[in-house]
Design a protein around this ligand. Structure first.
Ligand SMILES: [Zn+2]
Length: 279
């Protein structure tokens, strides 16, 4: 028994070591992100996924909750590097998912990817696009991407450099990483956090949430190569897209918590995990 405890301690220490990469990250992002303290960043214990951005910054993630939980939820922040509040809210929700117990019909296995575009976030000034100038939220492999993404960019955005979809779908390490997460983790729900339009959008095969906190549903349409289009419309995984009202300021903490509680409440009633028969 004693020997077992010892082995467990060693394992715990090793697990702690795996998190050791994150303090360097916190040094770089705290002070840049609104409403994120050093303790909040460090307590997130983000883990280096082993995948790197175009400029070689690790892409971090963290799993929280029942690893055998039947309901898997993938939360993504910072697809657009200049939407700083999206990363902050993802870190606050990570803490809530870890620390606050809410009775749910099924345990949730959360996977947080709070900074999908670290090169954009760490830019001076922060940038929407990644280091190759690609809008990551137009780079997912939706059907007819080759035709539609280019036409949309040229005609609808008039070649806006902030919205370039890239040379081909999944051309970027950041989008390939998220695509791999979708394939491997198989989320029942994807939550993608943005700013600053102050609405809630939804793509996918279920009844959308009508509101999260003070954000109300306003389905703004679909874009070639967007995560909502790829995940929600094409792969049939519901995607909740949250547009926070301000890219540089987070909502008040009480509002951030209310949004999370509303998300949980909606998830509990609308999203079904794998039944026991399929496990
Ligand atoms: Zn955005």
């Amino acid at each position: 028994m004693k020997r077992w405890s010892c082995a467990a301690l060693v394992l715990l220490a090793l697990a702690g070591g795996a998190h050791a990469a994150a303090p360097g990250l916190c040094e770089r992002i705290v002070g840049r992100l609104p409403n994120v303290t050093r303790p909040l960043c460090e307590s997130a214990k983000l883990v280096d996924s082993g995948v790197k951005s175009v400029q070689g910054t690790p892409l971090y993630m963290r799993d929280i909750g029942a690893h055998h939980g039947r309901l898997r939820v993938l939360v993504v922040g910072g697809i657009h590097g200049d939407e700083l509040s999206s990363t902050s809210v993802a870190l606050h929700w990570l803490r809530l998912a870890r620390d606050e117990h809410v009775d749910m019909p099924q345990p949730i296995h959360w996977r947080f990817v709070p900074i999908l575009n670290p090169d954009g976030l760490l830019g001076q000034p922060p940038k929407r696009v990644n280091s190759n100038g690609v809008d990551l939220n137009r780079n997912f492999p939706t059907p007819n991407w080759e035709r539609d993404a280019a036409v949309y960019w040229e005609k609808r955005t008039r070649k806006d450099p902030r919205r370039w979809p890239g040379p081909k779908p999944l051309s970027e390490p950041e989008t390939r990483f998220l695509h791999d997460q979708m394939q491997g983790f198989k989320p029942h729900l994807i939550v993608s956090i943005h700013a600053p339009y102050g609405v809630l959008d939804f793509d996918g095969p279920s009844v959308p949430p009508s509101k999260l906190g003070r954000l109300y549903l306003d389905q703004v349409g679909i874009f070639p190569g967007s995560l909502g289009n790829y995940g929600g419309v094409h792969k049939k995984v519901p995607v909740v897209t949250i547009e926070l009202p301000n890219a540089l300021r987070t909502p008040l903490d009480a509002e951030t918590r209310q949004m999370w509680l509303d998300l949980l409440r909606w998830t509990a009633t609308k999203i079904q995990g794998d039944g026991p028969a399929s496990r």
